[in-house]
Design a protein around this ligand. Structure first.
Ligand code: LLP
Length: 427
């Protein structure tokens, strides 16, 4: 694989034969941090953020979907560039605030916000709360009224559009749990207008993730614009459209739309509306900003397969096990020009057959002790990791030019044990 083909290029590239993020060889991070670890390029994050807002002539607000990568350093970096954040829990709210992102750029999404979370959102005076059901609207009104606050509310609608993506990350079909279905949405706005403590300001939509064509977006946005016009016609002065995230990236050979084409489509569909636009991209910003680096523990010749056993496992990167996701796997030291590819199963040490990153993947020869990198791991990677098999939580590193910093250290075993308590009757 040549440099230009690497997802994450040019920040991620082989320099003098060494896979590097910006100016830092991945092997150098491994020496200091040990493996496995995640590493992200701050320059890549910045370039993507700027490209997104530039495509909208700096007029749209990008609220980075914190669920994609919640590291406070990453959030702080994006926040300093001007990004807002899209949150789905009080934990994410606290992260965004700790990262210094102002409340005026925070949107709270999610179908199951608790009363405590609604109170926290109101206390922080967020830019917007996206409401997904009538019972939530009623509770929010109640809580806001009691607190003497007014919630700026967008109603998230379910446009019943097929995003043509993995079933587990599809959210815009009528059978999905998300949003208020379109036929009932205008009613919800009528209701919102009457309720104390509620200021209906906009419509929100998000139809799924890793969407690689414009058509589903356009279908959904067109329906949302129609709704906005209808509701305005009834005298509710909506001034915002939150068009969600979901824009896909290249993991393997996908050919997602360019940000310019996406922006041109949105501009066309929303022409003449006089609305503030917000987006909730996560993966598009962070996905190709990062890698997961691991070391080859053993190469084992099975009866019918060759197994490359890594020190990273499904608990560190769950996407292959959960969604059959493909992540490019490359050696950290560039293979020789005439290295031949042979199929191997790349697996982790966890005691489950599902702990497999790739099956019969053609790879150059990998030796025991060698470093490899999973590409496109900057979104839904570290944040979905766990401590399964009592493996230590995987650390995260942020690269900046020729420097790098550990932005989430690997815990010690003592720290792992300190999180638990033995009840008095077992002492
Ligand atoms: N807004 C809302 C309301 C969402 O539910 C999501 C993602 C986003 C924005 C950001 O979507 P993005 O721009 O990143 O596609 N764990 C899965 C992805 C789950 C996405 C859930 N919602 C994966 O690893 O593929």
């Amino acid at each position: 694989m040549s440099n230009s083909e690497l997802p994450g290029a040019p920040e991620l590239a082989y320099r003098a034969g060494a896979l590097s993020l910006e100016q830092v060889p991945v092997a150098r991070i491994a020496e200091q941090v040990g493996t496995p670890f995640y590493a992200y390029s701050s320059a890549y994050l910045e370039r993507r953020y700027r490209a997104f807002v530039a495509a909208f002539q700096n007029k749209a607000m990008l609220c980075f979907a914190v669920k994609a990568n919640s590291n406070v350093a990453v959030l702080r970096h994006l926040g300093r560039l001007g990004a807002g954040a899209d949150l789905v829990s009080e934990g994410e709210l606290r992260r965004a605030l700790a990262a210094g992102i102002p409340a005026s750029r925070l949107i709270f999404s999610g179908i199951g916000k608790t009363e405590t979370e609604l109170r926290a959102a109101l206390a922080a005076d967020l830019h917007q709360i996206n409401v997904e059901s009538l019972p939530e609207l009623t509770l929010l009104s109640d809580v806001a009224h009691r607190m003497g606050k007014t919630a700026r509310v967008a109603i998230r609608v379910n446009p019943d559009v097929d995003a043509n993506t993995h079933a587990k990350i599809s959210t815009g079909k009528s059978e999905n749990k998300f949003g208020i279905d379109l036929p009932h949405a205008a009613d919800a706005f009528r209701r919102a207008k009457q309720l104390p403590g509620i200021d209906p300001v906009g419509v929100a939509v998000h139809i799924g993730s890793q969407i690689t064509s414009l058509a589903p977006f356009e279908a959904a946005f067109t329906k949302v614009v129609d709704l906005l016009k209808t509701v305005r016609g009834e005298g509710v002065a909506l001034k915002r459209l939150d068009l969600g995230g979901g824009l896909g990236i290249r993991y393997r050979d996908e050919n997602p739309p360019s940000i310019e084409d996406y922006a041109a489509m949105v501009t066309r569909v929303t022409r003449g509306l006089d609305v503030e636009l917000a987006f909730e991209q996560g993966r598009w910003i962070a996905g190709n900003a990062g890698i997961l680096a691991a070391r080859v523990l053993y190469v084992k010749e099975g009866a019918t397969r060759r197994f490359v056993i890594l020190d990273a496992a499904m608990n560190d990167l769950v996407r292959p096990a959960l969604y059959d996701a493909w992540h490019e796997i490359v050696p950290v030291t560039a293979p020789g020009a005439n290295a031949t590819l042979a199929p191997v199963d790349v697996v982790g040490p966890v005691c489950e057959t599902g702990d497999m990153f790739a099956s019969e993947r053609p790879l150059p020869p990998l030796a025991q002790g060698e470093l490899v990198a999973f590409l496109s791991a900057g979104a839904y990677g570290a944040i979905m990791s766990s401590g399964y098999n009592s493996r230590l939580m995987v650390p995260e590193v942020l690269v900046h030019g020729a420097e790098f910093s550990v932005v989430r250290p690997r815990p010690t075993y003592d720290e792992m044990l300190a999180q638990e308590r033995v009840p008095p009757w077992l002492l």
